[in-house]
Design a protein. Structure first.
Length: 227
């Protein structure tokens, strides 16, 4: 366990920093009200309408920064701090989620790949550890390798998420000004929240990758030869 913690320490530190930084940036720009006066829900709707996407539902959802787009039901769900708020933070987050809806409408390939990986990733996220433990207990290298394969699917999911999230933010940054939601002077402040949030996805991908490398070395699949 000690070796695991030492190996994973940089990833844990980055993840903690990313989470705190995102919360700090969201809190900071939550104090700035948009000149347009639009709420997060109104901003998301304006983004979608500006691109001819009219069939997406927008509804509130409980939780802090629990905002997400569900491609299965074509529903954009916004947290209380975003849905009814006209802060620059709320607008930035809402426009980002609208960016995912636009990706879906345009059949953006990385989003389709990520959606396809969701069920296998959900299964592999807990099943991999079961195979690790059972394989280690039974001294079955085949079960351990199966666990590593399942865990690798989660790493692929985390890596595929990066271009999906970055692209959604790029769309939001460009369209929030073009659609008249924020002024050119407000745009960098709303965009700062998105930049901070993207760091959390980078941290998640780095953490998953480092954990995979640890298991590969721990079980002799990387850096040493297994007889």
């Amino acid at each position: 366990m000690g070796g695991y913690l030492i190996f994973m320490a940089p990833a844990m530190i980055l993840a903690a920093f990313a989470t705190l930084y995102t919360k700090a940036m969201f809190s900071r720009y939550s104090r700035y009200r948009s000149v347009s006066g639009m709420t997060g829900a109104e901003a998301a709707r304006r983004i979608l309408w500006s691109q001819g996407v009219n069939e997406v539902n927008i509804e509130p959802v409980n939780g802090f920064l629990s905002d997400h787009y569900d491609p299965r039901t074509r529903t954009l769900r916004l947290s209380p701090a975003v849905y009814g708020s006209n802060s620059l933070s709320a607008i930035g987050v809402a426009c980002h989620e609208a960016g995912h809806a636009l990706q879906h409408a345009e059949r953006y390939a990385p989003l389709a790949l990520r959606s396809a990986l969701v069920p296998v990733t959900q299964f592999g996220s807990f099943a991999s550890y079961i195979f690790f433990m059972v394989g280690f207990f039974l001294q079955s290298f085949a079960l351990i390798k199966l666990g590593i394969f399942l865990f690798t699917l989660g790493v692929v999911f985390a890596l595929v998420t990066l271009p999906v999230e970055w692209n959604a933010s790029l769309r939001a940054k460009a369209l929030m000004t073009r659609a008249g939601i924020v002024t050119a002077q407000e745009q960098p402040q709303a965009a700062a929240v998105l930049n901070a949030a993207f760091l959390t996805y980078v941290a998640a991908a780095f953490t998953a990758l480092m954990e995979l490398l640890y298991y590969l070395m721990r079980f002799g699949l990387l850096g040493s030869r297994r007889d």
